[in-house]
Design a protein around this ligand. Sequence first.
Ligand code: HEC
Ligand code: HEC
Length: 169
Amino acid sequence: MSLPHLSALVLAVLALGACASEEENQTTAAPECSAKLKWAGGNSGNPMMNPGMDCVACHKKEGEGPLFVAAGTVFGKFDEVDLCEGKSGITVEITDKTGKVFSATTNEAGNFFVNASAGSIAMPYTAKVKAGGKERAMVSPQSNGSCNSCHTKTGGATGAPGRIVIPGV
Ligand code: HEC
Ligand code: HEC
């Protein structure tokens, strides 16, 4: 192998290494969570950070973190407490007022997000969660892209049935 090729390879490997450590999930044992694990990385920027919490409001308030037009967390049960690990590999589909569909998949922590670069969501929107050929839909149209602001452990005053959960629960 010629030298230029070799150095290109070394650079590629270094880049991969940096990426993997940046996005590593940071969890600790948590018997109160159905996954028995919860986020332990505080507010360090990470796609797996703070599952269950209001992503959009905090990023706005702190003036840090990416701007999301929609974000939230999908869990295995309705009354999961903040920071518990959610369900990975679940598709979340948001259909805006004009019929445009924004799709996202949950990561290891159950978090999903649509970056502002995808364009703005024409309000109001509807949403559904899909997995294994089944789906669970939100019929009432909403105008706030921060799903976890309503989908808290109890849903509270917003009338939401607690967390966003996987189909079939
Ligand atoms: C209490 C505040 C807070 C909450 C809640 C929060 N974040 Fe963050 N987030 C931050 C801050 C602050 C940063 C920037 C930190 C940095 O640059 O180190 C950040 C950065 C990020 C990043 C960029 C990571 C990177 O590699 O640069 C992603 C992705 C992210 N957050 C996703 C989320 C998601 C998804 C949620 C909701 C489930 C969420 N955040 C909830 C404060 C928060
Ligand atoms: C302003 C509050 C609010 C926001 C924001 C919100 N929801 Fe909801 N959600 C509700 C309410 C209220 C219900 C129950 C009524 C219904 O199903 O339409 C619900 C129900 C659901 C359901 C069906 C629950 C079930 O088990 O029947 C899903 C799935 C859902 N929401 C997903 C989402 C997603 C994804 C987002 C973000 C893109 C989101 N929601 C944002 C209030 C909200």
